[in-house]
Design a protein around this ligand. Structure first.
Ligand code: ADP
Ligand code: MG
Length: 699
């Protein structure tokens, strides 16, 4: 197959130098191979014709109609200028509407001739209209049956005469050439048999011109498998290559600190998930290679104590550990929780942030150097060059997405051998995604909440319910609870959003005169922000009006209500993060999503997912379905280009699982891909990933 990369597209029958230049510019198609893997992005079932009189509903799929145009008229002015073709199939009429290339369209189609019109009807006045339909002369397409591919076309390609039909023809020419007929399969025969995959030539042919719906499905499965197999092979091979290079400290034993704390001072029984994760971490840090592990656990799943045990393992092996949090408040909260536990077993803990006083800071620096300070907690301040350790063996990073890769790299330089790294995040990543992004090598998941935790009751409410929602907040405040009210703050809308926030703050103050209200937003000075937050943490204020700055990590167990204004403007993972700020104490907590009444289908679905589940992984799966993997948190930092053409991580989990297993087995049998088949796989991989070599390591 990859032999086809050597053939310049201009030599294909029907292309030539001019079209070749255009194909390269518009779609990056340069070789026979490029054209062949430029698959249709959808297929139309041309075997069914619809009747206009049967069309109903406001969300119809694309339909195919046979009939003729009665009139063409130009309507409107300026940008609204359009060509309207009144079309009938004998059962009714619809309007075909074009906004571009009016002259060209008017010259191309005539009244009285039979056409096949294809497109998505939208209700318009008493009938339907189709914007920019595909129009074919009936005589030319009447013999065409079954599934027909639709190809990506740019405006320029269209103008220069490219159409789906032309792509179909070019691919036909290509597939019938001797060169294409000689292509060999990219996958080992053994895999093809075991996974019952269609042979490559047959699959590619059916991708472009399906012989049946069933054949198309089999072809798609084959191509998805292939795409995911090479993706996994690529990732696994690279991660393996890198991890071999990085030797790590060997934490051979679990000693006194760990055992004493575990047997005598455990504040609560650990959940099974916490125990499993601690075991995974232990094994990893004893392996001789540097640990680079991502710990995923929903908000409130108990990551802090896992971090503490991880640190104790380092200490037991005579190394120091540090824990870095993205904000001062979070660092302080960690410090408070951890130093309380540490005090019981005589472990020394320090807190270093931007506001640590000079004398204290100097004491910390000295303690780190002489080794008397064992565990340091703090913010970015930990990264400064003056912070030097006697023997740093472990770095824990909380809430990963606030720290970039470059910052993390600075931690590595704090010892001659890089410390083990544990990154903790409360943003669950769907399993299919983490498998892909991280090759599934270094991810630990706490998939269980501590017992007795009550799920947050989540409700969707509309503008007109505000009074009721305030009454509800009041009833909770009367019980001694606290409440969050969150407003969106989107950069493009910054001024208006801040205005809305400040207005909201005033309304809330007036509505709750007997209570104290804090306000925080990202545009405040950090010191002011921290002071306001701290008041809420200390219960000096009862309501916190804020933007999403409170999203990450803040722990106020006494807060039981989270009201999110304009919830329709937040993404799913953000909503879930925000909701995680409540439900941290023993009391029943509530999350109220306030929204406009008119919601699009997607938005409504998003908000309903929130009311239906508390499970962060379910939320993340839904999020990926709605947004696609490229926009997910975690994906962007991984640097992996998700240029999947046929496979879809949200829906092809089962195929991915198989492809990954097979990739692992392939590499186990032939780690350097040195066999004949291995070399062939490597060559294919190179062709697929020639433009995407620059992706980084884990997170
Ligand atoms: P997160 O994963 O969000 O960082 P934390 O570590 O802050 O979660 O834990 C949330 C709360 O749950 C804390 O108050 C903590 O003491 C408590 N907790 C953690 N693990 C358990 C457990 N196994 N049993 C009971 N409570 C637990
Ligand atoms: Mg936490």
């Amino acid at each position: 197959m990859i032999q086809l990369t050597h053939y310049d597209i201009k030599y294909l029958a029907g292309v030539g130098p001019k079209r070749a230049e255009l194909l390269d510019k518009e779609l990056g198609i340069r070789s026979f191979y490029d054209l062949l893997v430029n698959f249709p992005f959808r297929y139309i079932d041309k075997s069914t014709l619809h009747h206009i009189k049967d069309l109903q509903g406001d969300d119809l799929p694309s339909v195919q109609l046979k009939g003729h145009f009665i009139t063409f008229t130009t309507q409107g002015e300026g940008a609204r200028r359009r060509l309207v073709g009144l079309f009938t199939d004998g059962t009714g009429t619809i309007e075909c509407v074009w906004f571009n290339r009016l002259k060209f369209i008017q010259q191309s189609y005539r009244t009285g001739v039979d056409y096949i019109v294809f497109g998505k009807p939208t209700p318009y006045k008493r009938t339907f209209s189709i914007i920019h339909p595909e129009v074919d002369e009936y005589e030319q397409v009447k013999d065409r049956a079954g599934m027909v591919g639709v190809y990506n076309l740019t405006e320029r390609l269209r103008k220069r005469g490219f159409s789906s039909r032309l792509f179909q023809k070019l691919n036909k020419n290509l597939l019938e050439s001797d060169i294409a007929k000689r292509i060999t399969d990219t996958l080992p025969a053994e895999l093809r048999t075991r996974r019952m995959l269609m042979p490559l030539y047959e699959a590619v042919s059916n991708m472009h011109a399906p012989t049946s719906v069933e054949a198309l499905q089999r072809a798609q499965r084959r191509m998805k498998y292939e795409e995911l197999f090479f993706l996994e092979l690529h990732i696994l091979k690279n991660i393996k290559a890198v991890s071999k290079k990085l030797r790590g400290h060997v934490f051979r034993h679990v000693g006194e600190y760990f055992n004493t704390f575990y047997s005598q001072h455990l504040p609560f029984p650990l959940t099974e998930a916490q125990k499993r994760v601690i075991k995974e971490i232990r094994a990893d840090m004893g392996s001789g290679q540097q640990m680079n592990r991502l710990l995923q656990g929903d908000v409130g799943s108990g990551k802090t104590i896992v971090a503490f045990f991880t640190a104790l393992i380092a200490l037991d092996n005579c190394y120091q550990a540090c824990l870095m949090a993205p904000t001062e408040i979070l660092a302080r909260q960690h410090y408070e929780a951890i130093s309380e536990m540490a005090a019981k077993i005589g472990v020394s803990v320090g807190l270093l942030t931007g506001s640590t006083r000079k004398r204290e800071r100097e004491a910390i620096h000295a303690g780190l150097l002489d080794g008397s300070l064992q565990l340091l907690i703090g913010t970015h301040a930990l990264l400064e060059d003056v912070v030097q350790y006697r023997n740093l063996g472990l770095a824990i990073i909380d809430e990963q997405h606030r720290f970039g890769v470059a910052q993390r790299a600075r931690l590595w330089k704090k010892n001659t051998t890089p410390p083990h790294v544990l990154v903790m995040t409360a943003t669950p990543i769907p399993r299919t995604l983490s498998m892909t992004v991280y090759g599934d090598l270094d991810v630990s998941v706490i998939n269980e909440l501590p017992p007795g935790r009550k799920p947050v009751n989540t409700y969707l409410r509309y503008e007109e319910h505000h009074a009721k929602v305030y009454e509800f907040i009041e009833s909770e405040l009367k019980k001694g609870r606290q409440a969050y009210i969150v407003y969106p703050l989107i950069e493009e809308n910054e001024k208006l959003d801040l205005l809305a926030l400040e207005e909201g703050y005033e309304i809330v103050q007036q509505r709750f005169p007997q209570y104290q209200v804090s306000m925080v937003h990202g545009k405040m000075k950090p010191a002011e922000k921290d002071a306001q937050m701290q008041k809420f943490v200390n219960r000096e204020t009862h309501i916190l009006v804020a933007t999403t700055v409170i999203e990450v990590g803040v722990n106020v167990p006494n807060a039981s209500v989270m009201v999110i204004e304009n919830a329709e403007r937040f993404g799913l993972s953000q909503l879930h993060q925000l909701r995680g700020r409540v439900g941290r104490g023993a009391d029943q907590s509530y999350c109220i999503l306030m929204s406009h009444f008119k919601l699009s289908k997607d938005t409504k679905h998003r908000l309903e997912v929130m009311t239906a589940t508390n499970d962060g992984f379910v939320v993340a799966e839904e999020d990926m379905k709605l947004r696609g993997p490229g926009d997910m948190e975690g994906t962007q930092q991984s640097g992996i280009a998700f240029n999947l053409k046929v496979a879809n991580l949200a829906s092809d989990g089962a195929i991915l699982e198989q492809a990954r297993q097979d990739a692992i087995q392939t590499l186990e049998a032939d780690p350097n891909l040195a066999s004949e088949m291995g070399r062939k796989l490597e060559a294919t991989m190179k062709v697929i990933y020639q433009h995407t070599e620059n992706w980084g390591l884990i997170s």
